[in-house]
Design a binder for this molecule. Sequence first.
Ligand code: SF4
Length: 451
Amino acid sequence: MNIHEKDHSTPSNNRVGMTLTEKILARASNRKRVAPGEVIFVNVDILMSHDPCTPGVASVFKKEFGEEAKVWDPDRFIMIPDHFIYSADPQANQNIRVMREFAKEQGITHFYDVGTADYKGVCHIGLAEGGHTRPGEVLLGTDSHTVTAGAFGTFAIGVGITDGAYALGTGEIPLMIPPTIKVNYHGKKAKSVQAKDLILVLMKELGVEGATYNAIEFSGEVIDELSVEERMTMCNMVVECGAKNGIMIPNQATLDYLSTRTSIPFTVVTPDDNAQYSRIIDIDVTDITSVIARPHSPDNVVPIAQLENIAISQAYIGSCTGGKTADFIAAAHILFERKVTIPTYAVPATKEVFHNLITTHINGISVYEIFTRAGVKLSSEPGCAACCGGPVDTFGRVHDPISVISTTNRNFVGRMGNKGSMIYLASPYVVAATAVSGFITNPERYLTNDY
Ligand code: SF4
């Protein structure tokens, strides 16, 4: 694997241009230009909140703006329950009750309530499906993986409850302009290498604090060729190295996706040729193999060859990182006419993903059927499920101190439930191959040439 740093010193002859993030923030603050370190007020296009945070956001909003206050724009506050939704846990259900009351009281247009036809599932994928992730806009969410929407050329960041409540009342937020790290992926990747591998390689390079409060701007021919869902996987994990946001210029696949999701006009913003970056990282993907993030940190990344034959007790396919349609299809190519040998749980990120499993076929067999014939326990209840552990009755939750391989994005101690468990993060190919063998397995062993 070749990773190079490039000279990124400031050109001396003229004023530097702006990065993609800087240009969006300049537009959103009605300024001609902004520079890293400046603190400005930014107009918010979309604010999203989910079930764990909406009660807190609503409570701070009322405390600061008054019991009778109205949100700044009921069309732009998107409410998506997704974390702890199919549970008998009283606190989890109370959160959703608060969401319902607040949505009704405020006349919220987009409340994707569980148990209704509108329900989506994991908020970050639901936002995209609902056409709320538009290029050139500013999107806030009370969840750190809101950065996923950077795949659409959106400035998308996670915010805390107080910032969320402030934006809810005013439609703006104070922000310090982040410096930008540019990451250029080029070369020809092996068929077995997926977007998850590409982003884990960057996690290893940067470390969990290596991009703290920087924007990460992805570029290069490899990024241009990724599907929308693969691009979402890349941006999803930038927060694991401390980045403020991750962002890409929308490619044609992204624009095609958007054309089926929204009729709201948007402007595609691109970086200036002479933009200045805090760091430029050049990654040649040609020699990259599948990689794994070992316990207990997403940057603890090694090539799969170093871990092959480690016994695994449970596998999990799901989450905003690895529970999208493309992730299921990839896993299905490995699982086709095979059986898993360890308990394997799969949770579609959204209702639309679940529907796609039924309507998408490989060699005449639906992805849904490939999974169930393989012996995977496939949930029909989309959401975050065991990605973040959740209440004890959460589907796929890790209850014992065992080794687990997962398509999710975090492997901190206790993240999926049991504090003694060992979580290995990997691509859908690797997780499916490991589920079949029971040992960490290079998917090249199972991938056929006709796929
Ligand atoms: S799927 Fe996991 S990472 Fe994504 S929003 Fe839900 S809990 Fe967070």
